[in-house]
Write a protein that binds this ligand. Structure first.
Ligand code: GAR
Length: 202
């Protein structure tokens, strides 16, 4: 059984999806905790309703980024996770955390990486006029959305698509992709070699 720790910053729709998937078709794992980097997140409310322990580390309440990162590492270690899932977690992690949990921290990003890393990737895609975008689940490294890619799902962008519509179109794919990636990890089917993820048995 993998001990799954989730990190989130927002509404938590992807966290909700993971819990629903686990309820209908259990992962070989358990959701041991949630860490959020601000107060009042939807994700923390969901965890509260589900009886999942929550740690709120309010980033703005720390004197320095280094202090926040030290507390984050401390809290992460306390959960003794096998897998850490960034489900809408909006922070870059420092090398100390990446090394401590190498190839065990997943991130979800709403573009087809390496296109459009960073903030507002859906807006970036529309501004560049691409016809296809999507989402990526990858292992985190200490760069901005640069780590080994686990899986991706594509979305066609209709003519005249608004940012809000593209966010929704991509979200539908995210809600499938993240549970799939978590399941693959829990089944021990992800191998990382030279920065490339191989999916065993696919
Ligand atoms: C998702 O679209 C996820 O891809 C994005 O935050 C959203 C969270 O939604 N993450 C990033 O942009 C990370 N770089 P949710 O809170 O409803 O799951």
């Amino acid at each position: 059984m993998q001990r799954i720790l989730t990190l989130a910053s927002g509404a938590g729709s992807n966290f909700r999806r993971l819990l629903d998937e686990h309820a209908s078709r259990p992962f070989n794992g358990e959701f041991v905790g949630l860490i959020v980097d601000r107060s009042g997140t939807g994700a923390a409310s969901i965890a509260g309703e589900e009886g999942i322990p929550v740690r709120e580390l309010n980033y703005n309440g720390f004197q320095t980024r280094a202090e926040f990162e030290r507390s984050l590492l401390y809290e992460m270690e306390r959960f003794q996770p096998d897998l850490i899932v960034g489900a809408g977690f909006m922070r870059i992690l420092p090398e100390a955390i990446i090394q401590r949990f190498e190839n065990r921290i997943m991130n979800l990003h709403p573009s087809l990486l390496p296109a459009f890393p960073g903030l507002h990737p859906q807006r970036q895609a529309l501004e560049r006029g691409v016809k296809v975008s999507g989402c990526t689940v990858h292992f985190m490294d200490s760069g901005v959305d640069t780590g080994p890619i686990i899986l991706q799902a594509a979305v066609s962008i209709p003519e005249g698509c608004s940012e809000a519509t593209l966010i929704e179109l991509i979200r539908v794919e995210e809600h499938e992709a993240l549970p799939r990636a978590v399941r693959l990890f829990c089944e021990n089917r992800l191998k990382v070699e030279n920065g490339i993820v191989r999916v065993i048995g696919d």
